[in-house]
Design a protein. Structure first.
Length: 220
């Protein structure tokens, strides 16, 4: 049976959430405009898994109509009861670079006790490129959750604010090689002598992966 906007819409109105979830997965078979319209419907579904699946596609589908999709994403970020859905909304906001949503991202970061939500917000701030995010990312470096800290390191590199360099240098001897690897990627975004000197030192890192990454960035 051919997949059409009508057949997908019918599935979205099924009482079986499995059918509705299948409908969301079929968005990829539709033209973008049709998929975008139906994704907005699915993003308000009563089942969290359906909402999550729909919102996860909105960074791609919403590129042509950001004005329509922004309020939906901000509502999902601030009001959805499920952490997974909030995290997906943060991811989409970052992917679409909705700088006007920064205040919502910051507010939810400070109010949420879910590490996944905080992690997704920090990662989104790197993509967002909003200068105001520096202070929040500085705060996130001190998170008790190492994944959030690692995301903050990467986001500070993407943000490119020179004030981040002395903060990042504190992680050159971090015991986790994955943190040091992310640090290499972050430091590579800065031309300051301190950042380049740290990269040079990291070419001798005990982790081959970290050392090779540092060498690669220095040779660019």
């Amino acid at each position: 049976m051919a997949i059409t906007p009508e057949s997908v819409r019918d599935l979205l109105h099924s009482e079986d959430y499995g059918d509705r979830l299948r409908a969301v997965n079929q968005f990829r078979e539709l033209e973008r405009a049709a998929a975008f319209e139906l994704a907005q419907l699915a993003a308000n579904d009563g089942n969290a898994r359906v909402r999550y699946a729909a919102i996860s596609q909105l960074a791609h589908l919403g590129q042509h109509d950001v004005a329509t999709i922004e309020p939906l994403l901000r509502r999902a970020l601030t009001n959805d009861p499920e952490a997974d859905v909030q995290a997906a909304a943060a991811d989409a906001i970052g992917g679409l670079q909705l700088r006007s949503a920064y205040e919502d991202l910051a507010a939810v970061y400070h109010s949420s006790h879910e590490w996944l939500v905080q992690f997704s917000i920090v990662a989104a701030l790197g993509e967002l490129g909003e200068p105001q995010a520096f202070s929040l990312l500085q705060e996130a470096l001190e998170s008790e959750n190492e994944l959030v800290t690692t995301a903050a390191i990467g986001a500070l590199g993407e943000l490119g604010d020179a004030r981040a360099v002395p903060l990042l240098l504190n992680y050159t001897n971090h015991p986790d090689w994955q943190v040091r690897h992310r640090l290499v990627q972050a430091l590579a975004q800065f031309s300051q002598p301190e950042a380049q000197a740290a990269l040079t030192a990291l070419t001798q890192d005990s982790s081959t992966i970290v050392a090779e990454a540092a060498i690669q960035h220095l040779n660019r």
